[in-house]
Structure formats: C-alpha cells, structure tokens
Design a protein around this ligand. Structure first.
Ligand code: SF4
Ligand code: FES
Length: 230
C-alpha cells in the first residue's frame, strides 16, 4: 500500500462554480488503476464525485479524461505508471462540462452519421478452424468513441465547425467499406467541416487508446480527395 494524492478538477453548477481543484489522499494497492482510485474516493470520501465508467477494460470509452495533462482511459492507466505526483485529473478539453470529470458528448456524436457502419469483419481464428458455412463474425470498429482525440486536437477545442479526428476516421472507414458512396463521402471530407481544418499535429493519433490513428485516416482522405479532383 502507498498513499497518493489525486488532485481533481471539481465543478457543479451553482455549487462548485467557478471550478476549483480538490485534493484527495488515498491508500492504493500496487496494481490499482486511476479508475479504481476514483471509485475508492467515491466510496470512502465523497459520494458527489462525478466521473463516467462502464466496462473497466478499454471497451466503452466512457472513462476518458486528462490524467497529468494527457488524455487517457482511467480504467487502463495504472497509478504506478504515473511518475508525476499529485495525480491531476481534469475533464476532456473542448466539451462542455456537466460536472467534475463528466463532459457533454453531444458534440462528438453529432459528427458521426447513423448511416455509416461501425462494424467490421472480426479477425478469424484461421481457415482450418472455420467451417465453410460459418459466416464471418462481426465486431465493432476499433474506435471506442472516447473523445480523447477531439480533446487533444489543437483545432477542435477552438472550433465547433471541424467535425474532428474520430468522425473523419469513421468516415474513411465507411469509404473503404462502401466504395459506391465515395463521391458523397469525399465531398463531406473535403467540405467546410472536413480535412481542411487539420493542422497535422498528430496529437489525435498519439493519445488514441485503441490504435485508430485518426491522423492516418485524415491523410488518406486528403490523398483521395486530391486524386478525385485531378
Ligand atoms: S479515434 Fe481513438 S481517441 Fe478518438 S474517439 Fe476513437 S478511440 Fe477515442
Ligand atoms: S471504463 Fe470503459 S473504457 Fe474505461
């Protein structure tokens, strides 16, 4: 057991406003995650502390926040791997705060189209184990819709006009899956909310916890857009 301090950004409309940092000291075991630390604080010290979580294993994306200044998933961030003390927790940038570490994700979802597919064929265990009649299993795309890339992007917190790295990555996936839609999708990517905003800072790819590499998708959309106008 060791004692660490979590310095947490607190905000509650009409209660803690303006926002302020609050320190919590807690005893943690060797392999505890930041999310487990937050749960311990909520159980033992302050039941009003707001944060999101669901899966505890990097699948739902809900626990994303800034930990020591960098966007991460709290559930897969071991406390012992964070050299800086105190451990500072702030909400994602570029989203309206609903309270403490919880942000309003409407901005994120409005840029994803319900007409796009968010599924892809699962990696198969191997031809010798797959009976011919079994259809390929489908799985979700790698993006867990955590919003980390939107927060880390130097453009999105400044301008709501940019659809953002995650939406462009999803658009590019859709383009790969549905070539017949290419003209419409490239028109959207090249339009007033699309790739023209990207400054190629690559922060989106650096913070993405599930290796989506949004910057690679944006670069590919740019290439496709340029080819289609020649
Ligand atoms: S692209 Fe990566 S960082 Fe962006 S929302 Fe999806 S999982 Fe999160
Ligand atoms: S709790 Fe689901 S990704 Fe962290």
């Amino acid at each position: 057991m060791q004692t660490v301090t979590f310095r947490i950004w607190r905000f509650k409309a009409a209660q803690i406003d303006p926002p302020q940092f609050q320190d919590f000291k807690l005893s943690v075991e060797a392999n505890m995650s930041v999310l487990e630390g937050l749960e311990k604080i909520r159980q033992e010290q302050d039941q009003t502390l707001m944060y999101r979580h669901s899966c505890h294993h990097a699948s739902c994306g809900t626990c994303a926040c800034k930990i020591n200044g960098r966007e991460r998933l709290a559930c897969i961030t071991p406390i012992k791997d964070l050299p800086a003390r105190p451990i500072t927790l702030t909400p994602l940038d570029g989203f309206a705060s609903l309270g403490d570490l919880v942000v309003d994700m409407h901005r994120f979802y409005k840029n994803l189209s319900a007409d796009w597919s968010y599924l892809r064929e699962s990696d198969h265990p191997g031809p010798s184990r797959a009976p011919r009649e079994v259809k390929p299993f489908m799985r979700f795309e790698n993006c867990v819709e955590c919003g980390a890339c939107v927060s880390a992007c130097p453009v999105t917190p400044e301008s709501e006009k940019f659809m953002g790295p995650a939406a462009l990555a999803a658009l590019h996936d859709e383009l790969e899956k549905s070539p017949a839609k290419a003209a419409d999708l490239l028109s959207l990517a090249g339009g007033s909310r699309g790739v023209r905003w990207c400054k190629s800072a690559l922060r989106c790819s650096q913070v993405c916890p599930t290796a989506v590499y949004p910057a690679r998708h944006i670069a590919e959309l740019r290439r496709r857009g340029e080819r289609s106008t020649k």
